[in-house]
Design a protein around this ligand. Structure first.
Ligand code: HEM
Length: 547
């Protein structure tokens, strides 16, 4: 099939295409002398693809040689894929470099993938970021389907994220909710009218809640671990999120991986090393504390069950037996789980809270209704507590609407098929990458009316309609925590952190927008606002409640 290579129109197109990648893709820039031989080699591979297979694939946009549809993905790929879905239908096929991919924003196709064919589609691609930043895919979130993922997920479900364990941290969460209120209060009382950077405030709230559970430490605030450690921790986690979110060309065109002109893989290795040192230190400190205590749980003469309830996650992991009769889990397994808990829990809830605050502050009508509900359910003589959250149905609609418009994971975490299959008669090859476009789903005009309008009432079940659920329903029209084997195991905790922060902030303060509302997003593993949310707060409850 691949004859002698003249400068045919197709080859010319190929080379033009390569030139445009070098110009347009931030992680590629290679000398032309290297580009040409690579281009020819990749071009031959392209020509060898069987047209018979392509014919049975789902519809999709025409592909460029070598890069396929990579150039169609800009800096907001979820929006680019939505446009393709609107044009080509509910199931779209793409060729991203040498990777087969499908995307969908349609509830029935999503149900097919996550429910009916969960066995086929519940794996993960082995990306370079996952290899470097998740201990060789040895964690839960980025691990391919298999016995190791199953075991690690079971540890999460049976030992870390159980209702009993999460209940045992309720006191810490209550402390952190009060700390959140005081943090904001200090800004509006000392310097009246001072603007508040809600990204910082909400980021610290999520981070402290997670590090208290995980490491037994608060990182920002009164009992903080120390400014240097906190800064280091924040810096590493930011780098980690950024690298996990990057669409790295080396994952799609491995031939060019070694060029890495912007040093992306080098950065991954650097962060990998720093993260590993950080985790090694945490484990060492915990082991030392356990040795000094001379036991596996805290002193004080309480019963073993009660003591175990007070262990932080690292303590729990250190106390678990390992595989094949080993006395303990391997350090690498513990580190991979610590890594997952930090990465999966902090950013998701902080990003959701910032979007919800931005939308509500931008819609004074919604803010009044949220506060009216809080005043009815909680009143003005006490703070909101976790037991109130189930009764705040309008606030729950606000969170649902936030997830519709601003899902924390715009593509969930991309799935991968383990074997070939068909969907609606279309052939889907093995190892196809699956981009379930939750951003596109929430703004799909075939599913929702007035998609750009923030209107929590659309989720209202009516008086006596029961509690508004925040995770997905059987209609798959909204999917904040996914479904099936890979669904988020931290959803109940995530919902509590989101509802609690919002309830406290709207119950305790009036909010005023600073400048123009700005609702632009940036793409990443999570999808934050492009600019941090800045607002002005003033207290609305009696002064003694803030002290
Ligand atoms: C508002 C908060 C949260 C949101 C919106 C969220 C959302 C998600 C989403 C969309 C996924 C990917 C599911 C898929 O690929 O199909 C996921 C996976 C995961 N989440 Fe969450 N999450 C949140 C909070 C948490 C918390 C608090 C924890 C743990 C403490 C957690 C732990 C995990 C883990 C371990 C996975 C990987 C599951 C697997 O691959 O088997 N998440 N989450």
């Amino acid at each position: 099939m691949a004859g002698p290579l003249h400068l045919t129109p197709r080859l010319t197109l190929t080379l033009v295409c390569l030139a445009s990648i070098f110009l347009s893709f931030p992680y590629l820039s290679i000398p032309t002398s290297l580009a040409c031989p690579l281009a020819l080699l990749a071009f031959l591979c392209f020509l060898r693809r069987s047209p018979a297979v392509t014919q049975r694939l789902p519809p999709g946009p025409p592909q460029w040689p070598i890069v396929g549809n990579l150039l169609q993905l800009g800096h907001l790929p979820h929006r680019d894929l939505s446009s393709l879905s609107q044009r080509y239908g509910p199931l779209v096929y793409l060729r991203l470099g040498n990777v087969d991919a499908i995307t969908t924003d349609d509830p029935s196709i999503i149900r097919e993938i996550l429910l009916h064919q969960d066995e086929v589609f519940a794996s993960r691609p082995r990306t370079l970021a996952a290899v470097h930043l998740a201990y060789g895919c040895g964690d839960v979130a980025l691990a391919p389907l298999g016995p190791r993922w199953k075991r690690m997920r079971r540890i999460c479900m049976e030992h870390l994220l159980t209702t009993r364990r999460l209940d045992s941290f309720a006191r810490h969460r209550a402390d952190e909710s009060m700390h959140l209120v005081r943090h904001v209060c200090s800004k509006c009382q000392d310097r009246k009218g001072e603007t508040i950077n809600l990204r910082e405030v909400l980021g610290a709230f999520s981070m402290n809640n997670v590090t208290r559970m995980l490491l037994g430490k608060q990182y920002f605030g009164a009992e903080a671990a120390g400014p240097q450690e906190a800064m280091e921790f924040m810096h590493i986690t930011h780098q980690l999120f950024w690298l996990l979110g990057v669409i790295y060309l080396g994952d799609y065109l491995p031939l060019w991986r070694w060029i890495d002109p912007y040093g992306c893989e080098r950065k991954m290795r650097e962060v990998e090393k720093r993260v590993d040192e950080f985790h090694t230190r945490i484990i060492r400190q915990h082991r030392k504390a356990r040795e000094e205590g001379g036991r596996t749980s805290r002193e004080g003469g309480v019963g073993a069950e009660e003591e175990e309830g007070e262990m932080d996650f690292v303590d729990v992991l250190l106390s678990l037996p390992g595989e094949d009769g080993k006395e303990h889990l391997d350090d690498v397994e513990i580190k991979a789980l610590i890594q997952d808990m930090i990465a999966a829990a902090t950013d998701t809830s902080a990003v959701t809270n910032e979007w919800a605050m931005a939308e509500v502050i931008n819609h004074p009508r919604v803010m009044r209704k949220v506060q009216q509900e809080l005043d009815e359910v909680v009143g003005h003589e006490r703070m909101v507590s976790e037991s109130d959250l189930g009764s705040l149905n309008y606030l729950r609609c606000v969170v649902r609407e936030t997830f519709r418009m601003h899902p924390a994971g715009p593509f969930l975490i991309p799935h991968e098929s383990i074997r070939e299959t068909t969907i609606r008669g279309y052939y889907i090859p093995a190892k196809t990458r699956v981009f379930i476009n939750t951003h596109g789903l929430g703004r799909n005009p075939r599913v929702w009316e007035d998609v750009e309008e923030f209107r929590p009432e659309r989720h209202w079940l009516g008086e006596g309609g029961g509690r508004v659920e925040i995770s997905h329903g059987s209609d798959f029209k909204i999917l904040p925590f996914s479904a099936g084997k890979r669904k988020c195991p931290g959803a109940p905790l995530g919902v509590t952190l989101v509802l609690m922060a919002l309830a406290r902030l709207f119950h305790c303060f009036e909010w005023e927008q600073v400048g123009q509302a700005d609702m632009e997003e940036v793409y990443g593993m999570t999808m934050p606002k492009a600019k941090p949310l800045i607002a002005i707060a003033s207290p609305r409850l009696p002064a003694h409640l803030y002290s």
